[in-house]
Design a protein around this ligand. Structure first.
Ligand code: G6P
Length: 593
């Protein structure tokens, strides 16, 4: 996720920008850059790679700066695509975090008017729009305000002008804070960037524009000046990196609503905007993936088969490499959040050799998979620091919903109904996050056991598999996911007081059978935790603990239930004192077969 900073005051502004950016390194980045106003000129320095030495800025003495760490979303990581971006004459510089969803149309119309673009980024339209409005007679501040009227999507950006001692920063659906020092002001994506200089901050609201001069700041919303409370940050720098959360995993789970919103923004406006030409003439779909991405694939299979009636199978990428039948009419979809998992890359290469068309779903722009697959669809989860995947899994599911709905045989109104529910998912996830204390208490009960089973039927089965994986990888409790109907074919032998069972109960055609399976488990003395719909009052009668999950279309329960199971694993692991963000023996990106 990009990090942005802005400074106006009395210090060497290049040094402030660089040190603030270093404090944002935890957000993940592939390139970085700084712009400094020096006399009536803007000097820009930007590079791919790690944040460099400030001595590179010998010529950039000045006391106003902006800076950026880029995590590529539009345009590969490169010096040219790194921020800051400037207008045609280098008089305006901008750093931006977020996605300008209408950038293509804006860019085409600006190019027709003679603006020359240098990068592939969505961001570059912002300085050009500001330039355009300045040329039409507005001052810098009003030109930025006018620009906002043309932008769609999500953004936090800071703009710098070569002719005014002023910064203008705007926030809409991407984070931005204002830091208040003595005769100096800061803006940044996150608190750690500025804690070295001040702990007095204003958390800007969506739609806020802040205008900073050396001795004052003013905040505007909807054209009117507004007052916002100044808050004192009570955290150390280390705590602040995690946004006050104890672990990155918990922070990342809490980012889920935003991740769903950002990923939907990429593919859905009023309708789904996804070109599915890659499915023309295919006879079947094969998913190849590992770990959590494999579980996302199982859910993808269910959705595509149910909604589009296309046959789908799912293979562990590491096993697919032993597959040899021709695949000339198959679409092979590789899901890999990192885009670097060796087995998945190899499986896609193998699929291509066998004649298949390939599609990759990944979270990392420019990753290896993007150079292999024929078509790439990105998730918009931002970088994930914790080894165990949480928000990237939900982002993968979001893309799979978009694909399945786009290919669906349902009527337009039925599709729109599910789409409307999909757009409500962030709200449902927020409601789950409000239940955190309750989930923590149940997790603390489970933390005392050494073996667990997770069960589900239909769509509930891959949810159970992913729930069990999360539990085992971070708490080291031996947890297995099973189709509920399979328990009696062997695993029953392991049930008893010492083996709790987590049952994923869905309000669909599996419901009654699932209740029957729970009763069988209870008859063998296993404690049962059931996840069920908020409006269900039946399941709770047979179980020891019930977690009532906010109601949604049953097809979307993999999202809501999985967030509950992620929290359950997190709190069990926390009570067991595990190293949650870096579990033993595991790696975030597995680049060997
Ligand atoms: C590793 C990680 C898992 C992840 C798997 C697949 O094992 O620890 O969390 O699910 O790799 O990763 P990918 O990047 O291909 O989705």
């Amino acid at each position: 996720m990009c990090g942005i900073v802005g400074y106006i005051g009395f210090r060497r502004a290049d040094k402030v920008a660089v040190s603030a950016l270093k404090r944002l390194e935890y957000r993940g980045y592939d390139s970085w850059g700084v712009a400094v106003k020096s006399n009536d000129e803007i000097k820009v320095y930007k590079r791919v790679g790690a944040i460099g030495d400030v001595s590179q800025f010998e010529l950039c003495e000045g006391t106003i700066s902006i800076g950026h760490t880029r995590w590529a979303t539009h345009g590969k990581p490169s010096d040219v695509n790194a921020h800051p971006h400037t207008d045609c004459n280098g008089k305006i510089a901008v750093v931006h975090n977020g996605i300008i969803s209408n950038f293509q149309k804006l860019r085409e119309s600006l190019e027709r008017e003679g603006h020359v673009f240098k990068s592939e980024t969505d961001t570059e339209v912002i300085p050009h729009l500001i330039e355009k409005f300045i040329d039409s007679g507005l001052n810098f501040e009003n030109a930025v305000k006018e620009t906002l009227k043309h932008l769609k999507g999500s953004y936090a950006f800071v703009a710098l002008s070569s002719t005014e001692d002023k910064l203008v920063a705007c926030r809409y659906k991407s984070p931005l804070i204002l830091g208040i020092g003595d005769n100096e002001y800061f803006v940044a994506s996150d608190v750690p960037a500025i804690l070295e200089y001040t702990n007095r901050v204003v958390y800007l609201h969506d739609g806020d524009t802040v205008v900073l001069t050396r001795d004052s700041y003013e905040i505007y919303k909807d054209g009117k000046k507004v007052n916002r409370e100044v808050e004192i940050v009570p955290w150390s720098v280390e705590q602040a990196e995690k946004g006050g959360f104890e672990h990155f995993m918990l922070k990342e789970i809490h980012e889920t609503p935003k991740v769903i919103e950002d990923t939907l923004l990429e593919y859905v406006s009023d309708e789904i905007e996804l070109d599915v030409g890659f499915t023309a003439g295919i006879s079947d779909v094969i998913f190849v993936a590992c770990g959590t991405s494999y579980h996302a694939s199982l859910i993808g299979k269910y959705l595509i088969e149910k909604l589009a009636e296309i046959p789908v199978r799912v293979e562990y990428a590491s096993e697919f490499n032993y597959h040899n039948a021709p695949l000339s009419r198959s679409l092979v979809i590789g899901i890999t959040q990192s885009g670097e998992t060796a087995d998945t890359l190899e499986a896609l290469r193998k699929a291509q050799k066998l004649g298949a068309r390939t599609l990759a779903i990944t979270n990392v722009l420019g990753s290896s998979v993007t150079r292999i697959a024929d078509v790439i669809l990105y998730t918009r989860a931002g970088p994930e620091i914790c080894v165990a995947a949480t928000k990237t899994f939900i982002a993968q599911l979001t893309v799979l919903y978009v694909i399945a709905l786009r290919l669906s045989l349902l009527s337009r109104s039925e599709v729109n109904e599910i789409l409307a529910d999909l757009k409500l998912l962030p709200e449902k996830v927020r409601a789950i996050l409000d239940m955190e204390d309750y989930i923590r208490k149940i997790a603390e009960e489970l933390a005392n056991y050494e073996n667990m089973m997770y069960i589900g039927r239909g769509l509930g089965y891959p949810i159970a598999l992913e729930g069990a994986l999360k539990m085992k990888e971070i708490s080291y409790i031996h947890a297995e996911g099973y189709p509920a109907g399979e328990l009696k074919h062997g695993p029953f032998a392991l049930l008893g007081k010492q083996t709790p069972v987590v049952a994923c109960v869905l309000r669909d055609e599996t419901y009654d059978t699932m209740l029957g399976n729970i009763k069988e488990v209870k008859a063998r003395n296993s404690p049962v935790v059931a996840l069920t719909d908020k409006n269900d009052s039946e399941a709770e009668k047979f179980v020891d603990y019930v977690i009532k999950v906010p109601s949604t279309n049953v097809l979307l329960t993999p999202v809501t239930y999985s967030v509950v199971l992620q929290l359950l694993a997190y709190y069990a692991a926390r009570l067991r004192g595990c190293e949650i963000d870096r579990p033993r023996h595991l790696a975030k990106s597995v680049t060997v077969e």
